[in-house]
Design a protein around this ligand. Structure first.
Ligand code: IPE
Ligand code: IPE
Ligand code: MG
Length: 270
């Protein structure tokens, strides 16, 4: 059963200097505000400024996919006023930014369990996605009420319903098209601001081989220079995807077939 061994990370992406896909956990808004004796929500408001700046910066640098964690499925546990402020900010951002995104050739996608959102927010999301659907300069994905485990589960359920006859034999390439971010390559670079070094149920499947960059900078303070530092750190990494450094020097390593059977003495380079 080849699927069992099939890794979705067989192809080594060209390291063109700029990551094709950057995924960010935007953390530290509350602490940014507290440091200034302001309410936490003031930090979220400032955080939205950083979102605008980062969309611009990613376009300028040739990044093709930017995925931002805006609201986790666990963030409902926050005080009701904060949750409601965050949702209101989202509504306002959609109302105010869609046209600008469209003019800048940005395609908007929103992923997560959107069924929890009120109809007005849902309609704005759908409208924004539809309007920008054919744009191609940058795909901006907002993860809202998103959870990595829930994403994998919904994909498994979809797959099992679509192909009950293959149950027990599913491979990674069968599952991947059912994930919410199926339209995007896996993130090359993952950034978390705010000092914590954890994934917090973000893209659990897709981050398997991403380069991880953690910074103490709080999200409202994250700027072009901080982004360039993260990209510079990414450029220094050697992405091996399980191979050895020597193998990477070989010219034809770009795509290697999934091994079916290997004996311990088999000399395979791939
Ligand atoms: C991230 O900032 C924004 C969201 C989770 C919506 P936080 O609100 O988590 O800020 P800190 O971590 O409390 O500083
Ligand atoms: C993660 O931030 C979620 C978002 C940035 C939307 P949190 O601040 O909620 O994460 P934890 O709970 O501290 O890990
Ligand atoms: Mg936080």
């Amino acid at each position: 059963m080849a699927g069992k061994f099939t890794s979705s990370t067989q192809a080594i992406p060209k390291v063109a200097g700029v990551p094709r896909h950057i995924a960010i956990i935007m953390d530290g808004n509350g602490r940014w505000a507290r440091k200034r004796y302001m309410p936490r929500v003031a930090g979220h408001k400032r955080g939205l400024e950083t979102v605008r700046a980062m969309v611009k910066a990613c376009i300028a640098r040739g990044v093709e996919y930017l995925t931002l964690f805006a609201f986790s499925s666990e963030n409902w546990r926050r005080p009701a006023e904060e949750v409601s402020f965050l949702l209101g900010l989202f509504v306002g951002a959609l109302q105010g930014e869609i046209d600008k995104l469209h003019v800048n050739d940005v395609r908007l996608k929103v992923v997560g369990d959107l069924s929890a959102f009120e109809p007005r927010l849902l309609a704005l999301i759908r409208e924004g996605e539809a309007k920008t659907a054919n744009n191609s300069r940058l795909t901006l994905t907002i993860a809202a009420n998103y959870g990595g485990r829930a994403d994998i589960l919904q994909a498994v359920n979809q797959l099992a319903l679509a192909h009950p006859e293959k149950a027990g034999c599913f491979g990674e390439t069968d599952l991947a098209p059912h994930l919410l971010l199926a339209y995007a390559p896996e993130p090359d670079l993952f950034i978390r601001t705010g000092g914590e070094q954890r994934i917090s149920n973000f893209l659990l499947w897709q981050l398997a081989y991403s380069e991880l960059h953690f910074t103490d900078t709080l999200w409202p303070d994250f700027d072009d220079a901080a982004l360039d530092l993260a990209i510079a750190s990414y450029r220094q990494r050697e992405r091996r995807f399980g191979r050895t450094s020597e193998q990477l020097l070989e010219p034809k390593i770009a795509v290697s077939p999934a091994p079916t059977k290997l004996s311990p003495t088999t000399d395979r380079n791939a």
